[in-house]
Design a binder for this molecule. Sequence first.
Ligand code: MG
Length: 210
Amino acid sequence: LLNAITMKIICVGRNYAAHAKELNNPIPSQPILFLKPDTAQLLDNSPLYYPNFTKELHYEVEVLLKICKNGKFIQPKFAPEYYREVSVGIDFTARDVQRRCKEKGHPWEIAKAWNHSAAIGQFIPKETAFDPSGQLQFSLKKNHKLVQEGNSKNMLTSFDALISYISQYFMLLRGDIIFTGTPKGVGPVDCGDQLEGFIGNQSLLKCAIK
Ligand code: MG
């Protein structure tokens, strides 16, 4: 059975206080986790076709960690060994569907984990992604205009602490990808929009909405 699974995507919700606030959510005391299946991947700067089950498709730019070593119950001090490459991605969300799920206390998958809902940028060595102060700056442009800007220093739970926490529940396997949460500024996209994701000033992801 394991051989049939190519990879999984583990996502973190509300990892930036300012984003939790903009959607009127409380700041969580522990990371909020959800999964996307491998079929959620959107690779190679492919376009996203606006799904017909939503009228409120939102972008959420996030830093991605690519797992390079299998592990569970990873201690935070060993977490850096488990990822060598980072990128940016977009956690596409059907916000209207998510609102209905939340109201009913239902799981989020139909709002978050649908086909191609996880746009994945080009991975780069982590050494080239952090600035001299050890922070990672990332951003998203929509139609060449800056719409989201984030810095890893504002995360409620750090990359290493996330790897440790996640690995208590979900064994991390080589090739898995972690979406580490979105900063404030999430918003809608329409057909014809062009999204572009950056770490620092390196463009790592492009996605057209069709
Ligand atoms: Mg997200």
